[in-house]
Design a protein around this ligand. Sequence first.
Ligand code: AMP
Length: 466
Amino acid sequence: MSINNVKGTHDIIGKEAENYGYVENIMAQISSFFAFQPVRPPVLEYSELFVRGVGESSDVVRKEMYTFLDKGDRSLTLRPEFTAGIIRLIVQNKLIPVNELPLKFYYCGPVFRYERPQLGRYRQFNQFGVESVGHNSPYADVEVISLAYTILQSLGLENVVIKINTLGDETSRNAYRNALRDYFKDKVANMCEDCKQRYELNPLRILDCKVPEDQMIVRGAPKMSQFLSLESQKRFLKVLDALREMNIPYEVDDTLVRGLDYYSETVFEFHYTSQKGNNYGAVGAGGHYDKLVHEIGGPDAPGVGFSFGVERIVNVLVDDGLIDNNPGLNLDIYVMPVGEESQARAINIADDLRLLGYKVDMCFDNVKLANMFKRAEKKNAKLAVIIGEEEIKNDTLVVKNMATKEQFEINVDDMEEKIDAMFTKKHHCCHDGEKEDGHQCCHEEKEKHHRECCEGDECECQKEGK
Ligand code: AMP
C-alpha cells in the first residue's frame, strides 16, 4: 500500500515551488529596504513558550498545537506561529539592551496548526512576516503596515483592503473585558461550548466566534471604542492620520480583535478578493503587543509585526493571472544527441551553454529525433541543439529555432556569438550587445553587465576599461 502525505499538508512541486520562491524573494527584498534583517528561529520550541506567549485562551494554544514529548520527556511544539519564537530569540540572545531599537527582523518558513483543512487552510503552511521590537512609537506600527502594503502592491495586488482597529492599552482592555462579561453573562449559556470557555478565559475571544447564532448575539455587544483610554485614542489617531497622509487605504473595523492573546493597541488584517470575485479572506494580519517580551522573560518592551500566509498569496496571484502555474520548464535550449555515442559530447555542450547564461536541459534517452522535438516543445524550449556523428566529426552543431522552425549549422567555435544573436533577452538593456553610448558589451562580463545595466549602474566591463 502506498503512503500518502499527512492530511492538511501539501506538496509544492516545480513551477509552483518557483512561485513560492518568487513571492518570498520579493517579500524579503522589500523588507530589507525597510531595514529589516532576516532571522531563522527553529521550528521546534518548548511548548511553554507558546502557552505563555500566544496565550491560553487562544484557539491556537487550546486546540491547534502539534505538541509531543520527546525522548527526554520534554514537551515540545512545532511552531504554530513565529512571533513567540522570535521574541524568545531576542530575549535569550540579549539583543535588546545592546542594540538600537527597534530591532527589525523578518522571517519565512513553515508553521503547523491542527485546523480543519479546507480551501486556503492547511495544517502545515508557510508564513512570511516581520517583527519590530522595542519601540512604542505609533509610527513603528505605521512602518510595518506600510511595508506589508508595499509588498502586496509590488506583487501586483491592487484590491487589498486593510481592516484596522485598536484594542487599547491594558486599562482600556480590562474595562472592555468587564463590560463584555456583563453583556454575555445571561447569554453565554445559549452559546457554543467554545464561547463558554472563552467567557471564562477571555471574553474578547467571543467576538471572533464564527457560529452564525453566536454572531447575532455578538452584534449587540458593547464596542471597544467606548472603553478606550485617552492615550490609546490619541495613539490610534496618529496611526490613522499617518496612513492617510501616506495614501494607504484602510477601513476601521471595530469588531476586529485577532485570534492571538498578545495583541494590544493597533491590530490589522489584509483582506483580498481576486479580480474574478473569489474572496480569500485575510492574506495577512498583525498588530502591536505590549507584554509579550516581558511574558517571555525579557524587559518591558513593546513590539509590532505582521504575518502573511504565503499559500494564500500565491493562490491569489495565480487567480489574478499575475503568475502562472503552468508546469512547463520554459527552457532556453534543449540539447538533443542523436545516437548514444553523441551523449558525452552533448553533455559537454550543454554545460558550455549553461556557463553562457542559458537555461539548458538535455535528452538522456536514445530516442528518435521526432520524439526529442516533442520533448523540446513540451519544455517550451526556444532553441533545439542537435548533435550527431557528423556534427562531432566536423565540430559543428545544428541549431533549430523552435518558433520559426529555421534550422542551420554553426561551428562550435562560433557557438557563443551565434546563439547569443538568437536571444534578444540578454541585450534588452543594451541594443544588440551595445550600450546606448555605443560601448561594446564584452562577452565575459555579459551576465553581470546585463544585471548592472538594468539596475542603472556603471557597466562592469566599462569600469575595467574594456
Ligand atoms: P495569524 O498568524 O493567525 O495571524 O495568521 C496570519 C496569516 O496566515 C493569515 O492571515 C492567513 O493568511 C495565514 N493563515 C493562517 N492560518 C492558516 C492556515 N491554517 N492555512 C493557511 N494559511 C493560514
